[in-house]
Design a binder for this molecule. Structure first.
Ligand SMILES: Cc1ncc(COP(=O)(O)O)c(C=O)c1O
Length: 381
């Protein structure tokens, strides 16, 4: 099989599962327990936190474990809205965010908050000028994704950070679920960024684990109330095996990062150069450094996205319609819609998303199958 759906999820690596397994079997005490069995678990929890923090050049007390990207996004958006409600009820985000951000914002609108969705250009990118114009005295949060999950656009987060230096009270949040390990950590963990969301299963850790980075001194309200874990900010008995496994997965990700990004870039280039020769193809992800190396989104005019996905599946090639969340809902990609791509084209879009396990041989195999299928699609449309 050729797995080109790494933005949906990745396979947990055997060595990562091994850590999960060992910790589950041997260090299964509750980190909050007073006895030494609990202390052993607590020590491993803190050791994992420190390992993650060191890898990202931040402080260990700035890492808060969560159940994944959706929780992290919900927590920062709603946690900021609640925490800062006396100062203002205006939030800014982009028109191309993941539903974890978008739907959190929509829920807050029902509670009386105001939300500005920044428009995007034909590459899916916001403009700093629009951000500047959107900022108001009552703005409490700016939330921008690092890398778009549908077409791979890298947002101008450094420029946004520069602008936001003039507004030190506003929380600046980055959804970096698709951005981690893609060569842009320095932009993401930049000195003006206050919160970052990360999800483990996008880089070979198990499902249901992630973390947020929260800058020292910045406070958000808790959403998970209970026993006071995570410095009383996120209650719930810690998922220690998954935390330890995620710390290992992050180390491996960053070790492989330069080489993996290079290969991903070559695969993307090879496939896009090839498919761009066909007249029914529209490619949305460019091969510039303004796009992440691992996402290639394109449409075949006149053929529905799900038809394309299932056609490739018959050859053991796994791709997706533009995002895993929208794929079963039969709706056009929200990113392409925000880019004003006509619906008959956006519903014909599919996404290839690469990971560090993919090879150039797989790309060549993909191209062979593509040529065969294109002939069939051509007749069909
Ligand atoms: C940009 C982005 N944010 C958030 C999420 C949600 O992450 P999780 O699946 O860990 O809940 C995803 C998942 O695809 C994503 O791509």
């Amino acid at each position: 099989m050729i797995y080109f759906d790494n933005s949906a999820t990745t396979q947990a690596l055997p060595e990562v599962v091994d850590t999960y397994d060992k910790v589950s079997k041997s260090i299964w005490g509750n980190p909050s327990s007073l006895h030494n069995f609990g202390e052993q678990a607590f020590n491993l929890l803190e050791q994992s936190r420190k390992q993650i923090a060191d890898l990202l050049h931040v402080h260990a007390d700035e890492i808060y474990f969560t159940s994944g990207g959706t929780e992290g996004d919900n927590w920062v958006v709603k946690g900021t809205a609640i925490q800062k409600r006396e100062y203002g009820k205006h939030l800014i985000t982009t028109a191309v965010e993941h539903p974890a951000i978008h739907n959190s914002m929509e829920q807050l609108k029902q509670l009386g908050y105001e939300v500005t969705y920044l428009p995007v250009d034909d590459e899916g990118r916001i403009s700093i000028d629009d951000l500047k114009k959107a900022i108001r005295p009552d703005t409490t949060l700016v939330s921008i994704m690092a890398v778009n999950n549908e077409i791979g656009t890298i947002q101008p987060i450094e420029e946004a950070a520069e602008l936001l230096k003039k507004y030190p009270k506003i929380h600046f949040h980055i959804d970096a679920v698709q951005g981690i390990g893609k060569g842009i950590q320095e932009k993401i963990f930049n000195e003006r960024v206050d919160f970052v969301t990360i999800s483990g299963h996008k880089f070979h850790a198990p499902r249901g684990i992630g973390f947020i980075y929260g800058r020292r001194g910045r406070r958000i309200a808790q959403l998970m109330n209970g026993g006071g874990q995570e410095k009383n900010q996120r209650s719930g008995t810690e998922n220690l095996p998954a935390v330890a496994a995620m710390a290992k997965a992050l180390r491996l990700l960053l070790e492989k990062e330069p080489k993996a990004n290079e290969t991903e870039h070559q695969i993307k280039q090879l496939i896009s150069d090839h498919i761009s020769k066909f007249d029914k193809i529209t490619i949305f992800s460019k091969n510039t450094d303004q796009f992440a190396p691992h996402i290639l989104c394109f449409a075949i005019k006149g053929v529905r996205g799900e038809t394309i996905v299932h056609a490739f599946e018959k050859y053991g090639i796994y791709i997706s319609t533009t995002s895993a969340c929208s794929s079963k809902k039969n709706v056009a990609s929200s990113t392409l819609t925000a880019m004003h791509v006509p619906e008959d084209v956006s519903t014909s879009a599919v996404r290839i998303s690469l990971g560090d396990q993919n090879t150039l041989d797989e790309a060549k195999e993909f191209i062979k199958v593509f040529d065969q299928l294109y002939e069939e699609f051509d007749k069909l449309s």
